[in-house]
Design a protein around this ligand. Structure first.
Ligand SMILES: C[S@@+](CC[C@H](N)C(=O)[O-])C[C@H]1O[C@@H](n2cnc3c(N)ncnc32)[C@H](O)[C@@H]1O
Length: 219
């Protein structure tokens, strides 16, 4: 069980919830083990499931993700989407892109994923819009810019989801170390902006490490 859940819900409750949810299939379990072993920060299982359920509930056909890592969240999104659904995902790290590519092959979804190699702030301005769902999950200090650049790419009625908004309890409490100060401060500013954004109806859910969830209400 993740140490950071203590910051959001009591450990006992978190362990109970983890116990009653079914484990992922073999590929998903292998990805979780790989990420744990190599310390790759992938979404918590409940966040990944939330993405899949949201994609399915909203009928999303085109999703945009910022921060691919090994493709764990991409595979969940695609599992909630129809057969012609696609995910565009942005990632600068070649090793991550290679690893994600292998997993996409094995999951049988390669033809439905477009990996944009590069930094999100460089890639976003050249993407074509019309996305149904946007998922922010990369550099915390850049979330505000990701939102500014990705909202015009999201259709009205589309959803935006942002991970790690409680940042292991640091946002409501104190940064654990000096090197966490900038990200913590940036998330504090971002959270205020997100929940009051004039183009969104949005809130922050205590799912995983704090999940921002909003719907675009106006262009
Ligand atoms: C938290 S991980 C993504 C996890 C993934 N979304 C999942 O849940 O399986 C963040 C990823 O963002 C990537 N990243 C770092 N800087 C970035 C940037 N400027 N633009 C886009 N991605 C970036 C990192 O290399 C890392 O793979």
């Amino acid at each position: 069980m993740k140490a950071r859940v203590d910051a959001i819900i009591q450990r006992e409750q978190a362990e109970y919830l983890e116990r009653i949810h079914p484990a992922g299939d073999a590929l998903i379990s292998e990805m979780e083990a790989y990420a744990a072993e190599r310390r790759v920060p992938i979404a918590d299982r409940e966040v990944a499931l939330f993405l899949e359920i949201t994609a399915r509930a909203t009928g999303a056909r085109r999703a945009l993700e910022i921060g691919t890592a090994i493709g764990y969240s991409v595979i969940h999104l695609l599992r909630g989407m129809p057969d012609d659904g696609t995910v565009t995902t942005i990632e600068p790290n070649d090793e991550m892109i290679r690893r994600a590519g292998d997993y996409f092959e094995r999951a049988g979804v390669s033809s439905r994923v477009r990996v944009e190699r590069g930094l999100a702030l460089d890639v976003l301005p050249r993407l074509e819009g019309g996305f149904d769902l946007v998922y922010l999950d990369a550099v915390k200090e850049e979330y505000s810019d990701y939102l500014r650049l990705s909202l015009p790419l999201l259709r009205r009625g589309g959803v935006v989801i942002c991970d790690n908004l409680l940042w292991g309890g640091q946002v409501a409490g104190e940064p654990r170390s000096p090197d966490q100060s900038a990200s913590t401060e940036a998330l504090r500013r971002f959270n205020r902006e997100f929940v009051a954004h004039p183009k969104l109806r949005a809130e922050i859910l205590s799912v995983g490490d704090g999940l921002g969830y909003g719907v675009k209400i106006t262009d």
